[in-house]
Design a protein around this ligand. Sequence first.
Ligand SMILES: [Zn+2]
Length: 343
Amino acid sequence: MLKEALLWEEFTGKSVRCQLCMRKCNIDDGNIGWCQTRLNKDGKLYALTYGKVAVLSVSSIEKKPMFNFFPGTLWLSLGSLGCNFQCHGCQSWEVSHCDVKKGLSNTSYLSPEMAVRKAKKNGCKGIAFTYNEPTMWFEYVLDVFKLAKQEGISTCFVTNGYMSPKALDMLAPYLDGFCLDVKGAFMESYTRIADVSDINIVFSNGSDAKRKFAIHVEIVTNVIPGYNSNEKEMKEIAAWIFAELGKDTPWHLTRFFPYGGLKDVAPTPINQLENLRNMALREGLLYVYISNVSGHEAANTYCQNCKKALIKRKEYDVVESKLKEGHCAHCNAIICGRFAFNG
Ligand SMILES: [Zn+2]
């Protein structure tokens, strides 16, 4: 049975206009939208991927990556098919950019009740929607999140931030963590990296998540040499985080590895990531991490006051924590984030 979609309006005749993301596709009867997950059937819009799980794992929150958000806890992590971006170096091409209608035969149905039960059974702190863009199965995410909150399970959304403001409004009351992928500061970079040309919404959604809805926000930027890696662009992102989200907002600088359409681009030099991290710290950000570099000490959380290591990580696991109820065990400074005692 098809699930009727949320967030669309009648257009002309049997055409509809999808209002889920900023592409706002006009979809004729019998056709699907740009993301392939929405079908117009007889003038009504349906969500093709409701509950259709393509990827499922129980993994640490560090893998999202979220570092100042219940560090070291396990999360039921779910992904489906389809995306509203087309990133040439996408690491989850198989699920994000497959033929969605055909790919559905390789998914399994997991009801919202079963998802919450599975999270509890596996001792998970919460449920995270990740792998593909979770906006694409909005109706399911919303149903799972509503049930999760009733059952005391936390929620996390790993996203490109391109949903409509209305979609964010509807998710926000049930959302604890928002991991936002910022691909650059300038339109030109977004167009080259992701084939997207209107990027203001990414920044306003990030800002609304933090300021308007008080959701815990962390920013992730995959630093791609020759695309967004120049200091000017990265400084813009740091300045935006500082001004709009606050200096306590963690920023993850991820090392790029060649993949898919960007397989000829070299991996990000580690010293470039270190220089960018130092720049961001100079700009005033308190928690700047380097991700995807095995054993790098910038994967640890440091106290912004005494500079000592508080949470030591190895790969994606917490191996030591000197955090005492959200305070530094060395100097008692308050560490910003959501931790077990205030979650
Ligand atoms: Zn300290």
